[in-house]
Design a protein around this ligand. Sequence first.
Ligand code: C5P
Length: 218
Amino acid sequence: MPIPVLTIDGPSGAGKGTISRLVARKLGWNYLDSGSIYRSVAIAVQNASIELNDINAIVDVAQAMALEFNCGDELIVRLNGSDITSQLGLESTGGVASVVAAYSEVRAVLLKKQQDFRRLPGLVADGRDMGTVVFPDAEFKVYLTASAETRAERRYKQLIEKEIDANIVEITSEIEARDRRDMERETAPLTMAVDALYIDSSNMKIEQVVEEVLNLIR
Ligand code: C5P
């Protein structure tokens, strides 16, 4: 029997992280936040002052990075031994992540690192290409989205809660730029898997979305 996987893909700010974590906790399954792997590459690239068009250097850094995930109540991530958790959520990190994520060579290096998260009793995997590329054989697939305004507002609130300085106009334009890069890139663009359940969470409460996802598995 293959290890069960639930994939939750969608654009930034759709609520994938919150929903995935809650569903994983209810099911007692492992959780893969694949965006944090791309974000870690972004931080490694910035730490090494690598130019964003230097593909070879970016691939080398991605290949060499030692990542440790501590997926308790709060995700803690260490990159080559240093705690990078506070840098992970920055909008600038997300922006650089979406630039390096457009390189197929980088995605190839990260593929196995992500697939290694598939362990018993099951996995909830959140990202852009979980159901289409990384776990195409997943038994359960969801495409979670929301309007651009709703996503910008949610991101804004998240940042303010974390006491990170934020500006709603800038966030909206960053989200739109990131959506464009993620949807228009050649390798593994953000797209809905044909066998995914489509959920627009714009007017839904978190609990309603969680219920709908759990119903798919039940
Ligand atoms: O989900 P999150 O906002 O943390 O992802 C940051 C960036 O990493 C995304 O904008 C996207 O470009 C990239 N990403 C990706 N494939 C994934 C997860 C994230 O390309 N599976």
